[in-house]
Design a protein around this ligand. Structure first.
Ligand SMILES: Nc1ncnc2c1ncn2[C@@H]1O[C@H](COP(=O)(O)OP(=O)(O)O)[C@@H](O)[C@H]1O
Ligand SMILES: CC(=O)N[C@@H](CCC(=O)OP(=O)(O)O)C(=O)O
Length: 301
């Protein structure tokens, strides 16, 4: 079957539109955070996997950090264990930690690995416990207590923050033939497991690997104002105001925080995009159309 002239022209135009991006991102690292809320159906998941393989094939190094919050939630529900969150972070008891490790390190990680490998890639699935590549410490969460006129520490259990990432270990994989697929579980100095929000791991990973881009795939079109309009051109102060007035809440809190931290630490740009849109990752990287919320070093959102 031959292409008619119009279709052939459109096809060539698409490739030409992608050319400057292919050149610019050659050999560069892109950290992609695949949120549990973006893993909504089988076709989308398979499309995501093919996009990752395409990136690798054209000479870009994708590093996937995945979440799985809703998937953890549904197993906890089946086990009759209540899910509780503080500032978008799951309160993690020892019992919950076992479920988190089972779901993130097992089910979700291996599903993504398998989909990428079926699409022709060489994905290598790990948690931060492998080779001790994500060292973590217990996260201290503080809250203002106006009654006591001071802030107090809230214990949310086995929730961690990233202390260090073994750059060389991840780089060896990603600059070789492999595609690292990383579950956000950290290891303490005593060998204990820590549940870390996946956005925070992805942000730190992008910083440590000096990535060109951090892409956060979620279930919403971008950072929105109170009327649901995707926001552009915000300063850090405006972000702080949006947090204070409750426009940014829940799971968007760690997301926006890690995006801001990443660009402050040298990552060229961070993007919060809608993972429910097929091939959102490719559209973001290779086309002139902006998708979702862009955060750059000039603090423009
Ligand atoms: N200002 C905001 N703009 C967009 N989404 C927001 C905002 N504030 C809170 N959210 C919530 O954050 C959610 C995304 O975070 P989260 O549920 O943790 O996703 P993921 O699993 O992809 O990390 C959105 O679905 C939305 O409900
Ligand atoms: C401490 C904490 O909240 N950890 C998250 C880890 C998974 C995650 O971040 O998943 P999403 O990206 O899909 O939300 C959790 O237990 O849900």
């Amino acid at each position: 079957m031959s292409l008619d002239n119009k279709t052939a022209l459109e096809f060539v135009q698409v490739l030409h539109e992608a050319l400057p991006y292919l050149q610019r991102f050659q050999g560069k690292t892109v950290v992609i955070k695949y949120g549990g809320n973006a893993m909504v159906d089988e076709q989308l998941k398979a499309d995501f996997a093919r996009d990752i393989v395409l990136l690798k094939t054209v000479g870009i190094n994708p590093v996937v950090v995945h979440g799985g919050g809703p998937q953890i939630g549904s197993l906890l529900e089946k086990l009759n264990i209540k899910s509780e969150f503080v500032d978008g972070l799951r309160v993690t008891t020892s019992e919950t930690m076992d479920v988190v490790e089972m779901v993130l390190g097992g089910l979700v990680n291996k599903e993504i690995v398998s989909l990428i490998n079926q699409a022709g890639g060489k994905a290598y699935g790990i948690t931060g416990k492998d080779a001790h590549c994500i060292k973590a410490r217990k996260l201290k969460v503080t809250r203002d207590n106006p009654g006591l006129q001071k802030s107090e520490i809230i214990d949310i259990g086995h929730v961690g923050e990233v202390e260090t990432i073994e750059r060389e270990f991840i780089e060896r994989m990603s600059q070789g033939n492999y595609i690292p697929v990383i579950a956000p579980i950290g290891v303490g100095h005593d060998g204990a497991s820590y549940n870390i929000n996946a956005d925070l791991v992805a942000g730190k990973m992008a910083e440590v690997l000096e990535a060109e881009k951090l892409i956060l795939l979620t279930n919403i079109a971008g950072l929105q104002d109170k009327d649901g309009k995707v926001l552009t051109g915000l300063s850090t102060t405006q972000v702080d105001d949006l947090i204070a007035d409750g426009t940014i809440y829940g799971g968007m809190l760690p997301k926006i925080q890690c995006a801001l931290d990443a660009v402050h630490s040298g990552v060229t740009s961070a993007h919060i995009i809608d993972g429910r849109v097929s091939h959102a990752t490719l559209l973001e990287i290779f086309s002139d159309r902006g998708v979702g919320t862009l955060i750059t070093n000039g603090l423009e959102v």
